[in-house]
Design a protein. Structure first.
Length: 250
């Protein structure tokens, strides 16, 4: 794979961790600086508002990271979505069965040093970056919870993390929904992601005739690549710089 071209009339869909920012051991330790805020603001303006953050983080966490900027967003890998008009669409709220199923996960994390239990509201994650030896145990305890919940829930692997989430929703579904709405409609979708959870998005964008961009190494359905988050930010800045010329040409 090679670097993606700077195409006109793009609609941008951006993962956050591992794509815009380097992955760190504690998800809460990631902070957007002034330069990141300026980059996203400039991209939003240059793309006519066709920019959405598509992340495993909940929308509330995305907003906190980039405050006061509030972009269209898909949170928890597409389980919740905020469109360009600010309307938030979510799956059904957690049930008593859900709460009872995730309780052992919280306890498991508390009993094993280095594990981080993250409750996102409609999904949960167990991070084992600080305790890689526990990978098999983490996967097994989440699979037990998924089996208890039934086919409506699934275990999603990621970089040193496993997540338990509702099935049937993913980043690809969220991107396709955005592409039926203004200001994304009739543009060329461009999705930047880095992880296994982003493959649904890459596949959807490929199907839509857009540009899928893998950030980092590893096999992927993406058609283009960038080596790391720093390169991704640089490429986005280059697109912004070229946008006025392309708009005139179009």
């Amino acid at each position: 794979m090679s670097r993606p071209p700077l195409i006109p009339n793009a609609a941008f869909f951006l993962d956050i961790d591992g794509t815009l920012f380097d992955i760190v051991a504690l998800p809460a330790a990631v902070h957007a600086g002034a330069a990141d805020f300026e980059l996203l603001t400039a991209l939003y303006e240059a793309a006519g508002g066709a920019v959405a953050l598509v992340s495993g983080r909940p929308i509330a966490g995305i907003d906190k990271m980039f405050a006061p900027l509030k972009l269209p967003a898909a949170g928890q890998h597409g389980v919740e979505r905020r469109d360009a008009r600010g309307r938030i669409l979510r799956n059904a709220p957690p049930s008593e069965l859900w709460r009872s199923a995730i309780a052992p996960l919280r306890s498991y994390a508390a009993l094993h040093e280095g594990l981080i239990f993250e409750d996102k509201g409609l999904s949960v994650a167990l991070h084992y970056r600080l305790a890689p030896r526990l990978e098999k145990g983490v996967k097994a305890v989440l699979q037990e919870a998924a089996a208890r919940l039934g086919e409506r829930y699934e275990v999603l692997p990621g970089k040193m993390v496993f997540e338990l989430r509702p099935s049937g929703r993913d980043k690809g579904v969220a991107i396709e929904e955005f592409m039926h709405e203004r200001p994304f409609a009739r543009r060329v979708p461009v999705f930047l992601g880095d992880d296994v959870s982003d493959e649904h998005g890459f596949t959807a964008v490929n199907r839509l005739g857009g540009h899928s961009v893998k950030v980092g190494a590893g096999p992927s359905a993406a058609r283009w690549s960038l080596p790391d988050p720093a390169a991704a930010r640089t490429w986005l800045a280059q697109w912004i710089a070229a946008a006025p010329d392309r708009a005139l040409a179009g």
